[in-house]
Design a protein around this ligand. Structure first.
Ligand code: ADP
Ligand code: MG
Length: 260
């Protein structure tokens, strides 16, 4: 469970997060909607500990990650992974090397030793199979299409099986069919890793497809949060717009049914 309490962040004295509160339940997919520049990426960077707030706390399974640094912070966030806006692959490494990167860097969290190479190979193969990129091991990122690069970035994320996954605009810039493939992968990854996912997007169709709950990030705060039906009934100009122009009523099966 992730609890964000009264989070404040200013850049050059301009507040972006203004006392933001948020609770993310274990094993849910929470989709955060909001207009460009609302501060969604800023919020994710705080949750994964890359940035420190001016005020407030972020508790991950009861542990306050805003008060620790260095190795303590690494220990606290090592079960988290983030898919950054843009695929952010290493251009000079092939897909196999990109996918293996975190395994090579951090080793086995249980034994605290480096992974044997055959274990790395197996994990990389499984991750690439899961995203449908088997056979691309020796290809360079520049050889792949935008959608494939996004899937490679997903493989690099899931290879170490994080229990908290953060996705920053995973479908932005992709054509609708590729975007839907990424949506389906996010749902599949959620089922397989049984993790907690936070997905930031302004792609409404993605949001409806993957969300257990929806939240609206507005004016530096989470203005509204709820399950899809409840959220869509909320009286807010942005939600009104979504209701009028975008809502198809199609969503995935309810959260509780997916626990089995
Ligand atoms: N490192 C930074 N330095 C200064 N301003 C920043 C920084 N990061 C984000 N901002 C500002 O914070 C606001 C929110 O940014 P961001 O979280 O990227 O928005 P979005 O909701 O589109 O992801 C923007 O006005 C952006 O310019
Ligand atoms: Mg952003």
């Amino acid at each position: 469970m992730i609890i964000v309490k009264n989070l404040w962040k200013r850049y050059q004295s301009i507040p972006v997060l203004k006392g933001l509160n948020l609770e993310v339940k274990k094993s849910e997919v929470l989709v955060i909607l909001g207009r460009s520049g609302a501060g969604k990426s800023v919020l994710l960077r705080h949750i994964i500990g890359i940035e420190k707030p001016d005020e407030g706390q972020i508790l991950v399974d009861g542990f306050d990650i805003t008060s620790c640094r260095g190795n303590a912070l690494y220990q606290a966030v090592k079960n988290m992974g983030m898919l950054f806006q843009g695929a952010a692959l290493f251009d000079s490494m092939n897909i196999e090397q990109n996918t293996a990167f975190s395994l090579l860097q951090h080793g086995d969290p249980i034994t605290k030793k480096p992974y044997p190479s055959h274990v790395i190979q197996k994990k990389v193969k499984e991750a690439l199979e899961m995203v449908g990129l088997e056979g691309t091991e020796k290809k360079m990122p520049s050889d792949l299409s935008g959608g494939m690069r996004k899937r490679a970035a997903l493989a690099r994320l899931i290879v170490y099986r994080p229990s908290i996954l953060l996705y920053d605009e995973p479908t932005t810039g992709l054509d609708p069919i590729t975007a839907q493939q990424i949506n389906e992968l996010i749902v599949q990854i959620q089922k397989e890793l049984k993790g907690t996912s936070i997905v930031v997007t302004h792609d409404i169709n993605s949001a409806f497809f993957i969300a257990d709950r929806l939240a609206l990030h507005k004016d530096g705060q989470i203005a509204h949060i709820g399950n899809v039906e409840t959220f869509m009934q909320i009286d807010d100009p942005i939600i009104h717009f979504l209701r009028e122009h975008c809502y198809t009523g199609i969503k995935k099966e309810p959260f509780n049914d997916r626990q089995n």
